[in-house]
Design a protein around this ligand. Sequence first.
Ligand code: PXL
Length: 279
Amino acid sequence: MQKRVAAIHDISCFGKCSLTVALPVLSAAGIETPIIPTAVLSTHTGGFSGYTFRDLTDDILPVAEHWQKSDIAVDAVYTGYLGSKEQVGIVMQAVDKIRKPGGFLLVDPAMADHGKLYGGFPADFPLEMKKLCEMADIITPNITEAAMMLGLPYCEGSYTKDYINELMDGLTEMTSADIVLTGVYYDDKTLGAVCQKDGVRTFVASERINAFYHGTGDLFASSLTGALMNGKTLIESVEIAVDFTCVCIRRTFDMHPEMTYAVAFEDEIPYYLKKLGRC
Ligand code: PXL
């Protein structure tokens, strides 16, 4: 049976993030990907001004309820950017309606980076997002998101082992989910994710490229979800997602100087599929 993952994110019409990344990556990984859009924006909110924003809070539960009535259930749910604080509770209810027993919930609390909340979110949004993370089986916060949910100060990298362990300890207390903390670097040569499963912490690293692109968190969490649904273990999936994200950033940095708003991931999809053993 083909696996089915519901992706609950916004549609940023231009800018290659959220659903316009999750859909191509998961589909390429062989996974059927029904969606519940949380909002429609003309672009993502990073580096663009004057973007449109259509809030879809009122549509989320009716979509989930229609699926439920139509016997449409999913093997896993993968959530990302939510359009409003109210959506957190609504998405929690939607997950209960659409997830098959035993299916996992992966929460990417996409809401902040570099010490700042994305435009439009109220200051108490992280406390609300924390509730969805508490319900999750796997969470993939970056450093800013982790610090904000825990009420800890945000520090600039490179990070100390003590700071990363403080965040990981806090997240471990916050949720019983497996934890994948992204954007971790201890020096200027390597960057990766700290992954924790069954109390064991592992740093999975690859080359650190001195550039920043929007949508890399979505690329990471989408490729991680795709690997998990292809039967890889969490640590194998983190290795694949770290490597694939790094290769996409490298390609963008070297070959697409015009692309400042996102990464050129498309031509690296075959590389990802090789890593999954699908071609
Ligand atoms: O990549 C995360 C993301 C998703 N959706 C929207 C965003 C961002 C990051 O800026 O603005 C609308």
